[in-house]
Design a binder for this molecule. Structure first.
Ligand code: ARG
Length: 461
């Protein structure tokens, strides 16, 4: 039982089957640096409360530093006999400083309050790194919007041509959900700013340790108000997993469009060679694998969130070992995003847009019909009548295989006396786009404002 954190009341060690089941070092080792940070803070709290002498504290901190160095260098790793990261690191500490001093560190803390704290510390770091990658993606999209600012594309609803929009407007529409994801991380951070350290197994500690000292040392703003909540809740982990899943979904929706745009039929984009893949049998192929992996991996992150929520559902208070299952899903989502986001941003940054092709398709499918109806409204025709008149125009054009602007003056007047030749002002995609100048609309003036507002929103985070 060398190195086990428990065993006094047991007749012998755990069965090999139990040891194998119980083991978590293959994933919770990722918490090692946070565990050591927590140990330094805890040692200081023990010293402040008189449980370690000044000399012992110096010895202890030096040993923790040495251990941290060995962990970082890969010289100290979990042994087969270590149940979890906490047991492994206590073994490492005692190896370095001896059991006399090393054996004192565990007073007044439990793995339950430790692990709850360490996960928060780790998630805070990754909220920052993932946010950095999300900002790079937003930048890549905003940059493309800027480069292709004049481009007009067919805007769609139900995947059918609806109304022409600026490509920039469409690309920025993909940025805003990502901006909200960044804001979600910031907001999550406020709730994650409470330290569970000092909550003990569930009920708090008897040693008079200053939990505020530990919290401040670890960079938390405050201590959890309830030790049971501090050790037993994982809603913050689930919320984090939700944010990662939402980022995955936001990318997946864009990914789906890129896959479509990259088809021969659409022909809207060409992917850079460095961000596309080939086929092992078809020499001509160039595939949008990054976009497909983004779409696929969003499912994986949704699965991680769902699995985590399912683990939490129905768990009685306080700590239960089920809670150990919180880590792998959220760790996996972190790793997934930290690999996916840079590749995805690179794919976006290097996309070539075929703006002539977009412009060619933009007026098709009678996408300017709403413009005709609204032009009539501006001339004081009721919208009901305007809709009806424009509907007849579309029907006429469709029957005669014409586009709206190809219907001649005579035919226009025959459909309605309101359809005078001046209606042609709105029968160009540029005129259509420029006329949608209400707040948040696709008119270039508005889109330019929008882009500035986006930059400002990200700057304010
Ligand atoms: N590895 C556990 C977890 O991640 C912490 C250990 C708590 N174990 C215990 N028997 N109370 O939740």
């Amino acid at each position: 039982k060398a190195g086990a954190l428990w065993g006094g009341r047991f007749a012998g060690g755990p069965s090999p089957e139990l040891a194998r089941l119980s083991k978590s070092t293959h994933f919770d080792w990722q918490l090692a640096e946070y565990d050591l940070r927590g140990s330094r803070a805890h040692a200081r709290a023990l010293a402040a409360a008189g449980y370690l002498s000044a000399d012992e504290l110096v010895t202890m901190i030096a040993a923790i530093d040495l251990l941290a160095f060995d962990v970082a260098e890969g010289r100290f790793t979990p042994a087969e006999s270590d149940e979890d990261v906490h047991s492994a690191l206590e073994r490492g500490l005692i190896d370095r400083v001896g059991v006399e001093v090393g054996g004192k560190l565990r007073a007044g803390r439990s793995r339950n309050d430790q692990v709850a704290t360490l996960v928060r510390l780790m998630l805070r770091d990754h909220a920052a790194s993932i946010s950095g990658y999300v900002i790079e993606l937003i930048d890549a999209l905003a940059e493309q919007a800027e480069t292709n600012f004049d481009a007009i594309m067919p805007g769609r609803t139900h995947l059918q041509h609806a109304q022409p929009v600026l490509l920039a407007h469409h690309l920025l529409a993909h940025c805003w959900p990502l901006v909200r994801d960044l804001e979600r991380f910031v907001d999550w951070g406020k709730r994650a700013d409470y330290s569970p350290y000092g909550a003990g197994a569930l009920a708090g500690n008897t040693l008079g340790l200053d939990a505020n000292l530990v919290a401040a040392d670890l960079g938390f703003g405050a201590v959890v108000e309830n030790s049971i909540d501090g050790t037993a809740s994982r809603d913050l982990v689930a919320e984090f997993a939700y944010i990662t899943a939402q980022i995955g979904i936001d990318m997946s929706r864009l990914a789906e469009e890129i896959i479509l745009w990259n088809t021969k039929e659409f022909g809207f984009v060409t992917l850079d060679d460095a961000y596309s893949t080939g086929s092992s049998i078809m020499p001509q192929k160039k595939n949008p694998d990054i976009a497909e992996l983004a779409r696929g991996k969003s499912g994986r992150m949704i699965g991680n969130l769902t699995g985590l929520l399912t683990t939490l559902k129905g768990l009685p208070l306080a700590y239960n070992r089920d809670l150990q299952e919180d880590k792998e899903p959220v760790f996996d989502s972190i790793e997934t995003l930290e690999v996916l986001l840079p590749a995805f941003a690179g794919m976006i940054a290097t996309l070539t847009f075929h703006t002539e092709r977009m412009a060619e398709l933009a007026p098709q499918g009678f996408s300017l019909a709403t413009d005709v109806a609204e032009w009539l409204v501006k001339r004081h025709v009721s919208f009901r009548d305007a809709h009806e008149i424009t509907g007849s125009l579309v029907k006429f054009a469709e029957t005669n295989a014409l586009d709206l602007h190809e219907v001649d003056d005579e035919a226009l007047l025959a459909i309605s006396p309101h359809l005078v030749p001046a209606v042609r002002e709105v029968l160009t995609i540029r005129g259509s786009v420029e006329s949608r100048d209400g707040v948040g609309g696709t008119a270039p003036v508005r889109v330019a404002e929008q882009r500035a507002a986006l930059v400002e929103r990200v700057r304010k985070l």
